[in-house]
Design a protein around this ligand. Structure first.
Ligand code: PGA
Length: 258
């Protein structure tokens, strides 16, 4: 089967509502003819409403960058999966390395959040990835295996329609260092094999695995040539239409080995 390419733009803590609206409008206009790629953008919470308004009726989905697992209550500073879904978000990121690094996100909290999302129908991009130290000390596959196992074990097959994995080596995020296509493919193939043993071959075949970490217009094509790389989670290069649009258009006809 062919998995539909997916390009996601993580705006992180960038864009006021006015800036978000301008960026969303530029993307909507430039990407109007794109049909064969799923596209989503992830503005910060306060810019979600403006982005959703601007992208209404377009081929670009909107998501949040994090959610809390309880639907509502005395949880100051948090936003629930149900709230994001209610205002029109289709996606959320979960377990981004910056949340793990700076905001005490753990494998267990990612799992709880994922369950809350699946229950209400908010789709999730579950992020995994090793640090430079972990890679250099030969722990990459152990770390990835642990993160994927806690997030996904015992999930039913149908959950894999509503979740995507993003492999983002921490040493490649915002550093200008991209994992080589072969380095990324090695981990993507490992994740897919591991999901096959955890959740069955159907889930493994269907699930999309995105690569993230310094993706740009000039390296996306060689990444997408890899059989197990189904798209990208883009940070810095998603903040202008000039940089993001060519990444999406490159995904329209990824060259895959037959
Ligand atoms: P980057 O960020 O493209 O700026 O490296 C990717 C991410 O953190 O999702």
């Amino acid at each position: 089967m062919t998995r539909r390419p997916f390009i996601a733009g993580n705006w992180k803590m960038h864009t006021t509502p006015v800036e978000a609206r301008d960026l969303a409008r530029a993307l909507r206009e430039a990407l109007a003819g794109v049909e064969s790629v799923d596209v989503a953008v992830f503005p910060p919470f306060l810019s979600v409403a403006a982005t959703i308004q601007e992208l209404a009726g377009s081929n670009i989905d909107v998501g949040v960058q994090n959610v809390y697992w309880e639907p509502k209550g005395a949880f100051t500073g948090e936003v629930s999966a149900a709230m994001a879904y209610t205002v029109g978000c289709v996606w959320t990121l979960l377990g981004h390395s910056e949340r793990r690094q700076f905001f005490e996100e753990t494998d267990a909290s990612v799992r709880r959040k994922l369950e809350a999302c699946l229950q209400i129908g908010l789709k999730a991009v579950v992020c995994v990835g090793e640090t430079l130290l972990e890679r250099e000390t030969g722990k990459t596959f152990d770390i990835i295996q642990r993160q994927v196992t806690v997030a996904l074990k015992e999930l039913p097959e149908r959950a894999f329609n509503d979740l995507v994995i993003a492999y983002e080596p921490v040493w490649a995020i915002g550093t200008g260092k991209t994992a080589s296509p072969d380095q990324a493919e090695e981990v993507h193939a490992f994740i897919r094999r591991w999901i096959a043993s955890l959740n069955g071959s159907r889930a493994a075949t269907d699930v999309r695995i995105l690569y993230g970490g310094s993706v740009k217009a000039d390296n996306i094509a060689s990444l997408l040539e890899m059989p197990n790389i189904d798209g990208a989670l883009v940070g810095g290069a998603s903040l202008t239409a000039e940089q993001f649009v060519p990444i999406v258009t490159a995904a329209q006809s990824p060259r895959k080995p037959q």
